[in-house]
Each structure stands twice: as structure tokens, then as C-alpha cells.
Design a protein around this ligand. Structure first.
Ligand code: ADP
Ligand code: 5GP
Length: 195
């Protein structure tokens, strides 16, 4: 005996993608209240926004350091998104899978597609806004982006919505609590009371 924990459930990645402003971060914040879930901290060349901490939301690095990560093969996938580079580190994913954890990966559609292609065990969820007008309003109300950046994100949103079929599930984030419950159910996190 003593061969570890035979009943431990296998770990998997929980991939959440969708257009900027659809509510990914809001939903992920809720999922992270569950102790079974860990957050994949991506590496990025983007500058921190107000309130963001290095090592919590992202590892913030300059372009040279990012290139070193790429060259050393440290990323499972990396992409340029809205003019900045973002990458998912390989090692923490491998550790989380080995430990039977649910590893929450909030990445763009190109990244989600890359992870699907390399067949990491996972549940892939696309979060969609109710419609594009609502998406724009959420981006404006969030108040974190200039009008130019919002237009850039809106242009990309149409392309992203066209790729939603790559995902295992599409969750429309109209009512936040319903969307959260749906994502929790799909990830196997729902308690009996909220199924
Ligand atoms: P993303 O991470 O996809 O860019 P956020 O989680 O930052 O999106 O959400 C964008 C904005 O929309 C935030 O201000 C958030 O509070 C708001 N929001 C998220 N979900 C809803 C919802 N269901 N109804 C109304 N506002 C929402
Ligand atoms: P933001 O700058 O708003 O935090 O993120 C911009 C976009 O980059 C979002 O769509 C986010 O999901 C995506 N993103 C964050 N981390 C990664 C990553 O490691 N890889 C990829 N491909 N996209 C990421």
C-alpha cells in the first residue's frame, strides 16, 4: 500500500474565453472562491492596471524577459493579444493536473484553440455577451479602456464570437448569477443545492 491517493479525481484545466468585457474576470473571481480551483497566472508584457498585483493577476514582464520564456519553451501556448504578449506557463499546469486540481485558465480564443489542439484534459467554456451593444456598454461602464481600445476590442469581439463553436460549451452572460451557476455546473463544481 502507500501508493498515493488512488481515489483522487484527475485534474483538468477549466478554460474560460470570450470577448473582452463579456464578464470572464467577474465569473473567474467567483469560481476562485472554491478551494478546488487554482488560477493560472499568465505572463504578459502588458502594463499593470490600477489594483493589479504582480504575481496575482499576471506576471508582468518586459519584452526581453517574455522572449526568454518563449525561447526556453516555458509556455504551453502564447499569443499576441491587443498588441501585448500573453503566455500560459507549462509547469504549473502539469503540477495542477498531477495534483488533481481544477486549473482555471482565462485566455483569449486563439489560446483556447491552441490548448484544445494539444489535447490538455479540460473543459472549454466560451462566455458570450447577450449582444454586441451590451458588450460595448459593459466595456464603457467598466471605465478601464480608452475609446480607441474599446473599438479595437469590439472589432475583435465579432471574430471571437465566430469561433465560439471551438469550445465545448457556450454560456451567455446576461444574468451574472445564472451564468456563474451554469459555469460551475459545467465544471462539476455545483453543489446539490445550486444544480
Ligand atoms: P472581461 O474579464 O471578460 O473583460 P469583466 O469581468 O471585466 O469582463 O466584465 C466587464 C464589465 O461588465 C465589468 O464592469 C463587470 O462588472 C460587468 N459585468 C459582468 N457581468 C455582467 C452582467 N451579467 N451584467 C452586467 N454587468 C456585468
Ligand atoms: P487583459 O489585458 O484584458 O487582461 O487580457 C486581454 C486578453 O488576453 C483576454 O482575452 C485574456 O483572456 C487574454 N489572455 C490572458 N492571459 C492569456 C494567456 O496566457 N494566453 C492567451 N492566449 N491569452 C491570454
Amino acid at each position: 500500500m502507500g501508493t498515493g491517493e488512488p481515489n483522487k479525481k484527475p485534474g483538468f484545466i477549466l478554460v474560460i474565453s470570450g470577448p473582452s468585457g463579456c464578464g470572464k474576470s467577474t465569473i473567474c473571481r467567483n469560481l476562485l472562491e472554491d478551494e478546488r480551483v487554482d488560477f493560472s497566472v499568465s505572463v504578459t508584457t502588458r502594463k499593470p492596471r490600477e489594483g493589479e498585483l504582480d504575481g496575482r493577476e499576471y506576471l508582468f514582464v518586459d519584452e526581453d524577459r517574455f522572449r526568454e520564456y518563449v525561447d526556453s519553451g516555458a509556455f504551453l501556448e502564447w499569443k499576441e493579444v491587443h498588441g501585448n504578449c500573453y503566455g500560459t506557463l507549462k509547469e504549473p499546469v502539469e503540477n495542477a493536473l498531477a495534483e488533481g486540481r481544477i486549473y482555471l485558465v482565462e485566455i483569449d480564443v486563439q489560446g483556447g484553440e491552441a490548448l484544445k489542439l494539444i489535447r490538455v484534459p479540460g473543459v472549454f467554456i466560451f462566455v458570450a455577451p447577450p449582444d454586441l451593444d451590451t458588450l460595448r456598454r459593459r466595456l464603457v461602464d467598466r471605465g478601464t479602456d480608452t475609446p480607441e481600445v474599446i473599438e479595437q476590442r469590439m472589432r475583435k469581439a465579432t471574430w471571437e464570437m465566430d469561433h465560439a463553436d471551438l469550445y465545448d460549451h457556450i454560456v451567455v452572460n446576461q444574468d451574472l448569477n445564472i451564468a456563474i451557476a451554469e459555469v460551475r455546473r459545467l465544471a462539476g463544481l455545483a453543489e446539490k443545492a445550486d444544480v
